[in-house]
Structure formats: C-alpha cells, structure tokens
Design a protein around this ligand. Structure first.
Ligand code: AMP
Length: 279
C-alpha cells in the first residue's frame, strides 16, 4: 500500500500491530535498497519504506532537480519484497512551512563528506527525525555505503534517546566492485569504466592494511591518480581514513577500526564509496 500524506500514513501505521522496521530511501530503488528491505523483513513484523528526495540535504538545486524519481517502479519493487507500507510524501507534505527547529550533526557534520556538502548531514538528521516521529519504528536500516550518514544517525538515536534501533547493512556492489547507487544511471559507458577506480582504490587500500594508515592511503591514492589520467578522467574530491565512530581523520599510529572513504566526480556525476578496515 502506498500513502502520501502524514495523515494517510498515521491511519495505515495505526492499523499495523507488532514490530515495524523503517527503510528510509530517496527512491530509484536498486539491489542495495532491496537488501535493506530483506534485512528489515527478517527483524520485524512489518516493513515501511519511505521514498522522499529530501530538499534539506541537497546543497545544489541542480543536483536536487536531476535526482531520479521512479515511484511506480519503486512501488513495484516494494510490493515484490512484501513491504507493508510505502510512504512517498511530497516536499509540501513534509515541510508545509519552513522548519524553525532542525537537528544539527554538530562537528561530525562538518568533516569528510560534510566538508564537501555543508549542511547535508543536518538535513539528513532533520528528515530522519521527522520520519521516526511519523512512522514510530522499532528499528531502522541504513547502508554502510553511506558510512558517515550511518554514524551520525547512530548518534542521533542515542543522543536524543529516540529509542530506534539502528541496523547497518553491507554495501551491495556490481560484479566489478562498483557500489550500487541511484546516481550510477547517469554514467555514460566510458564514465562507468572510469568509475570502477573508486572501489579499486578502496580494495588496493585494504590490501595494504599491514603497512598502516599511510601505506593504505598511498596504495589507494595511486589508483585514483591513475584514474585521474584516464579518459574521461576521475576528479578526486577526497580520500580519507576516518574514525568509524566520530569520522575525524585517523593519525599515523592508529590501531583499531577505521573507514577508508572516497568521493570523486566522473563527468557530472559525484560518487562516494568506503570500506571499513581494521588496523
Ligand atoms: P538513498 O536512496 O541513496 O538515500 O539510500 C537509501 C538507503 O540505502 C541508505 O541507507 C543507503 O546507505 C542505502 N544504500 C544505498 N546504496 C546502497 C548499496 N549499494 N548497498 C547497500 N545499501 C545501500
């Protein structure tokens, strides 16, 4: 069943008895989203999928306008996967007026991906808080693909005592390693060839883990440098090793878990990827 307004959602949600797991998405669903929905079905009686391209988390209006919207296909995938409710509100349904109160990710929202996209994580946390309030889920599932988003949402639920269990799901990849993303559809065949360098760089970094943080960054960086000379070229935004909890950069002598994170533009398309590593 698909509902659009908060009032429709409240009525349909009220009719669900037992536990509810929420899978928040921006639509254009792919196998990565499907894996979240399947994991959600394992842990709850009912699954709610939200499909909302949240204007608050987009810096550039052009990026927001260009974001793919495929609600009919998304609803069909949800039906196939046994989703109880699809919540697909309009921007006016979610923000009938300019919000006065929003949620801030603090320091964590200003580093790594947040340094490239000011305000992005505040927008994410604000919409996720609203979705938690609307859906009142027992648990919510998020992909490791967006590792910093996962980390700030864990802090959201803990710091504000929202009582929602946050569940992480592994990144689903194409056979050659490229992480699935709704933005991959924008890549031309040539750009798609260049884009595989993101995951190759991460795997090269992982293979160098015995060399420590500097060795990992050098190995991954070499792959990105080579791709920068490809045609079409890869334009690196960042390659960082970050603490998996705070997302601040790790230092040379770091031991324990860390996330190797990369962002790059290929043509007009900005892609991100990451791998959790253990030092
Ligand atoms: P999005 O629609 O891009 O906002 O993503 C919705 C959810 O799906 C987020 O929790 C993402 O981290 C997750 N997701 C996106 N791509 C993948 C992927 N390739 N593998 C696993 N989860 C993903």
């Amino acid at each position: 069943m698909i509902v659009h307004t908060p009032a429709e959602l409240a009525a349909a949600r009220g009719a669900l008895s037992g536990t509810v797991a929420l899978v928040p998405t921006m639509g254009a669903l792919h196998e990565g989203h499907r894996s979240l929905i399947r994991a959600a079905r394992e842990i709850a009686d009912h699954v709610v999928v939200s499909v909302f391209v949240n204007p608050l988390q987009f810096g550039e209006k052009a990026d927001l306008d260009r974001y793919p919207r495929t609600l009919e296909a998304d609803a069909a995938i949800c039906a196939e996967e046994g989703v109880a409710l699809v919540f697909a509100p309009s921007a006016a349904d979610m923000y009938p007026r300019e919000p006065v109160v929003t949620v801030s990710a603090g320091e964590m929202g200003t580093v790594v991906e947040g340094a490239s996209r000011p305000g992005h994580f505040d927008g994410v946390l604000t919409v996720v808080t609203k979705l938690f309030g609307l859906v009142r889920p027992d648990s919510a599932l998020f992909g490791q693909k967006d590792a910093q988003q996962l980390a700030v949402i864990r802090r959201l639920s803990e710091d504000l005592n929202l009582g929602v269990r946050i569940v992480a799901c592994p990144t689903v990849r194409e056979a050659d390693g490229l992480a699935l993303s709704s933005r991959n559809r924008f890549l031309s065949p040539d750009e798609r060839v260049t884009a595989v360098a993101l995951s190759r760089a991460l795997f090269a970094g992982r293979d160098a883990v015995e060399l420590g943080p500097a060795g990992v960054l050098a190995a991954a960086g070499a792959v990105l440098d080579a791709a920068a000379k490809a045609e079409p070229p890869l334009d690196r935004d960042y390659l960082v090793l970050a603490d998996s909890v705070t997302f601040s950069p790790v230092t040379a002598g770091h031991s324990g878990p860390a996330v190797l994170a990369v962002a790059a533009r290929v043509g007009e398309t900005r892609l991100i990827d990451n791998l959790p590593l253990e030092f």
